[in-house]
Write a protein that binds this ligand. Structure first.
Ligand code: TYD
Length: 711
């Protein structure tokens, strides 16, 4: 650890804040100035491209702007691994210094050369330098603070690097206004470019005045394309070791092959598509709406400030509302905003609606990243794989949009639609935005469906309850007058799963009582130990005197118990059309023997599939509780499994969640700390969806099929 001039606080005292550490503060300031220059270079270079093509048609201008945008983004997609290599070899302060100085020179030559090819080439070079700069910039400042302040330092550094975007957009608008009054039309972009250069120069000087920047904080780079193909993984859910790699849930998520991962990826694609489409056409579109560079600056300010606000807002709004639903809704809102932007040809409206689009997209981003990070996940810099995946999705989407929008604008061209009474002038830019908006909407809708973790719960009621600060729980279903009987060839199988002390047994019992009250034939059962043989196996498995049992033997004993359970209890009950409610089933083995014992989960799944003849529950209710809280609820002396160390139970907990994420349609995941009555009602509501078709009680007399009630 690198000690700095800062005095270390007692751990119990509140953190003094990283900004009180002088070397950190100075570096942070230098980086913010450089960050401001970097963000200002985006509108400045695109505006330059537009100025250089001002005598050409909208399509040619869009092409020029698109060329600059692609040049600015391409290195961020392709170069990070190379940048990581370079950054790791060079002194950090020197790297920052050289990066700033290089950008001064490149940017200043753009107005001097005054040609489109060089503007695009300069954008590419600046972006290459920026990738190296950003790699070092995010790793340098945290090394200047004591270890306990590093997470705060990392967050603060990210704000220095990404935070200046709205300020840069506003600065660009102001510079454009000044240039307009002072220099006349053609020079506007020149002034913005000179200001950009001056900012890089100022930050070069600031970095030169700094002391040593230690290289202790590791540099983490991820190759966006590689991350994209690997999928999001499951940062919090994946324990280390081979078990993680071979878990069906986790490996499925890694390949982005499961519905939840695909839903998240799709949501981010939709959000990024909406934002990138606005950026791609903003310069040309605002020009068409009579706004010029100041209007362009205003739209970008609205977008970036909106994004920042949305990032802040995401985790804070509608606390009781499902985060997955919120994510889908945010993307849909961003897409609808884009549709409005494409149709309403008024600059002021466009600026405001774009700001709203930014808020929605920002909220979508923070919700999606939060969904991939466990609340209790350690703040480790190398634990950001799932977020890196989303970042790659966003980057690649934006790159494709930047490349595709200009040609599309050209192909569509300007047309006049005769609508009987009047004509609607319809041009390539607006039409392209409309197409992008509709595509984003489609992505948002599909993502919403895939991510929805409250199937069957009406959205409006759910939202209304969340606005009042509560979780919507559906009303008590059906009274005795409309009792139903089960009429189905094959019964229904419901499993309750969860870690220790989650309250499964109670909830399974309550669900069974409720089902019986409604006239169903219900069989409550549990694992391990529901049969005679099972009871003997259970004694072996849970007795603390059983020492030295190998992990594989333990797995097979649980599977043996399950085989006997399915053959003698579950299947016979299902064959007569009953509803089986089981306290634990295969997922317990996957979570405990797989994730907990760090054995290959795929193998355990295979053994169990064979043992049970492939019987999968119709619904698995997962009650989630953090292990420390759950273990604290237990009253009886701990058995052999309960007395495993805390890390074991943490892995089990993460394992259950990973399993649920692979198949959201089959799972109902509930926070077990919620009141028992709320949990029961949600469970009942979900169970209703999978029950056999209800038959009114009166029918019983006609068919004389009375429900069998079994305990
Ligand atoms: P049990 O007393 O039934 O407690 P609980 O209320 O937690 O279900 O104990 C079952 C224990 O066995 C529990 O600690 C989990 C463990 N277990 C496995 O490790 N693998 C399995 O396949 C099953 C069914 C249970």
């Amino acid at each position: 650890m690198t000690r700095t001039g800062a005095t270390r606080q007692h751990p119990a005292e509140p953190s003094p804040g990283v900004s009180s550490i002088r070397p950190f503060r100075r570096l942070w300031t230098a980086l913010s100035v450089s960050g401001l220059g970097q963000w200002l270079s985006v509108p400045a270079l695109t505006a330059m491209a537009a100025v250089l093509t001002r005598d050409e048609d909208a399509a040619a201008r869009a092409q020029a702007v698109g060329g600059v945008l692609v040049a600015l983004l391409l290195p961020a997609v392709l170069l990070p691994p190379l940048a990581g290599l370079v950054a790791a070899r060079l002194d950090r302060r020197l790297t920052l210094l050289i990066a700033d100085a290089l950008r001064v020179v490149i940017i200043v030559t753009v107005p001097l050369v005054d040609a489109l090819p060089w503007t695009i080439a300069a954008a590419f070079l600046v972006a290459c330098v920026t990738v190296v700069w950003a790699t070092v910039a995010t790793a340098a400042p945290p090394a200047l603070v004591p270890e306990d302040l590093r997470p705060a330092a990392r967050r603060s550094t990210a704000r220095a690097v990404y935070g200046p975007a709205p300020v840069a957009a506003l600065l660009f608008a102001v510079v454009a206004l000044v240039a307009d009054g002072t220099f006349g039309v053609g020079d506007r972009a020149d002034l913005a470019l000179y200001v950009t250069s001056a900012l890089f120069l100022a930050s070069t000087a600031a970095v030169a005045a700094l002391g040593e920047v230690p290289g202790t904080e590791p540099i983490t780079v991820r190759a966006p394309l590689k991350v994209l193909f690997q999928g999001p993984g499951s940062g919090h859910a994946a324990p280390s070791g081979h078990a993680a790699a071979s878990a069906p849930g986790v490996s499925g998520a890694r390949k982005a092959g499961n519905p939840a991962a695909r839903g998240l990826g799709l949501a981010i694609t939709g959000g990024a598509l909406a934002v990138a489409a606005v950026v791609a056409v903003a310069r040309v579109y605002t020009g068409q709406l009579g706004g010029g560079d100041a209007g362009y600056g205003a739209v970008l300010t609205g977008l970036t400030a909106g994004l920042g606000f949305g990032l802040f807002l995401g985790p804070r709004i509608l606390g009781p509302f499902s985060r997955r639903r919120l994510l889908g809704l945010a993307v849909i809102a961003a897409a609808l905003a884009l549709v409005v932007v494409s149709l309403v040809q008024n600059l002021v409206v466009v600026a405001f609606v774009t700001a709203f689009l930014g808020v929605a997209a920002g909220a979508a981003w923070s919700t999606a990243t939060a969904a991939l990070t466990a609340p209790d996940a350690p703040d480790k810099p190398d634990d950001d794989r799932p977020v890196a995946f989303l970042r790659s999705v966003a980057l690649v989407t934006a790159l494709i949009v930047f490349a595709a929008v200009p040609p599309l604008t050209g192909v569509i061209g300007s047309r006049r639609l005769d609508l009987g009474g009047g004509a609607y002038d319809f041009d390539g830019t607006g039409a392209t935005l409309l197409i992008a908006g509709l595509l984003a909407l489609l992505a948002g809708l599909v993502a919403f469906r895939r991510l929805d973790d409250r199937h069957g719960i009406p959205l409006v009621a759910d939202l209304r309850a969340a606005l009042q600060g509560r979780v919507y729980t559906p009303p008590e279903p059906a009274g005795p007058e409309d009792r139903v009987v089960a009429r189905r060839e094959r019964g229904v199988f419901i499993a309750f799963e969860g870690g220790e002390g989650a309250g499964k047994t109670t909830q399974a019992r309550l669900a069974a009582i409720w089902l019986r009250d409604h006239g169903y034939d219900v069989i409550t059962t549990h694992e391990p130990g529901a049969t005679k043989i099972g009871m003997r196996l259970r004694a072996m498995l849970l007795d603390r005197d059983t020492t030295g049992l190998s992990d594989r033997a333990e797995t097979l004993l649980y599977a043996a118990d399950r085989a006997d359970h399915v053959a003698n209890v579950v299947r016979p009950a299902m064959e007569r059309g009953g509803i089986v409610v089981s306290d634990r089933y295969i997922d317990s083995s996957l979570a405990y023997q797989g994730f907990g014992r760090q054995q290959p989960v795929d193998d355990i799944a295979r053994v169990n599939a064979w043992a049970t003849g492939g019987l999968v529950p119709d619904l698995t209710v997962l009650l989630e509780i953090p292990p420390h809280a759950g273990l604290g609820r237990l009253s009886a002396p701990a058995d052999r499994i309960e007395s495993e160390p805390r890390e074991f139970h943490e892995r089990v907990h993460a394992g259950f969640r990973a399993l649920a994420e692979t198949d959201p349609d089959r799972y109902l995941v509930l926070d077990a700390s919620r009141p028992q009555s709320e949990l029961s009602r949600e469970i009942q509501y979900r169970i209703r969806e999978i029950l056999p078709d209800p038959i009114p009680a009166g029918t019983e007399d006609v068919t004389s099929t009375f429900p069998i009630i079994t305990d």
